[in-house]
Design a protein around this ligand. Structure first.
Ligand SMILES: Cc1cc2nc3c(=O)[nH]c(=O)nc-3n(C[C@H](O)[C@H](O)[C@H](O)COP(=O)(O)O)c2cc1C
Length: 200
């Protein structure tokens, strides 16, 4: 191998896309794609720009739904690209071609369905819908980057039956489900067979 010292624009090595739904001040729903999320047990850390509508909503309402699309919902996520629930659109986003979109569900052609324990709606088309409450908002990265690490605790998990291990409903079946993966600007599914099995 020949290793070069370089300065990549990002380190998006490949993580599942999460469509995060939150409530706006007027009770309408916002929906935003994100992928800088990692999970431990029933907790999740969300890496978000503090400048978006989603973080405003999370700080105020302390609730969200983490909806995970399958690989074939890339088109819906694409339709949310370059949209924000912020009105007016901040200058830096406007310069990058973002537009204000008050109806994110409609724009994405996705269907809102009521949650059981939190205010924001779930995304009907997503096989994984996790109702969550916000435990903490941590500063993240350099101060001038205005990033936050938002700690969410899942309070209810809705999982489509066909992606659960038959007879063992406490496990999602990795052989059956292919989440939508965002890696260096492109969408992928998980297609290869497992190369090894871990005890986790
Ligand atoms: C596939 C994908 C992944 C994204 N991942 C993140 C992310 O992890 N964190 C983040 O802050 N923004 C992420 N974004 C950008 C936000 O979706 C974007 O800033 C959007 O305007 C936020 O909407 P809002 O202002 O209504 O909250 C991602 C966008 C796409 C399309």
């Amino acid at each position: 191998m020949t290793h070069l010292v370089v300065e990549p624009r990002s380190f998006f090595f490949g993580t599942p896309v999460v469509l995060i739904s939150t409530l706006n001040e007027d009770g309408s729903a916002n929906l935003a794609p994100m992928s800088s999320a990692w999970w431990m047990r029933w907790s999740c850390m969300l890496g978000l720009s503090a400048k978006g509508k989603t973080v405003q909503n999370l700080r105020r309402e302390r609730q969200c739904v983490l909806n995970l699309p399958s690989w074939d919902l890339g088109g819906a996520v694409d339709r949310l690209q370059d949209t924000t629930g912020l009105n007016p659109v901040p200058e830096d986003k406007a310069a990058r071609g973002y537009r204000y979109e008050p109806d994110k569900f409609g724009a994405a052609q996705l269907t809102p369905v009521a949650s059981e324990l939190v205010g924001p709606p779930r995304v009907a088309e997503c096989p994984v819908q996790l109702e969550a409450v916000i435990e903490a908002v941590h500063p993240f990265g350099r101060a001038d980057e205005q990033l936050v690490g938002i700690e969410a605790r899942i309070v209810r998990a809705h999982i489509e039956e066909s992606i659960l291990v038959p007879g063992q409903h406490q496990y999602v079946d990795g052989d059956t489900w292919s989440p939508l993966i965002f890696s260096f600007g492109e969408f992928y599914g998980l297609s290869s067979a497992p190369t090894a099995t871990s005890a986790a």
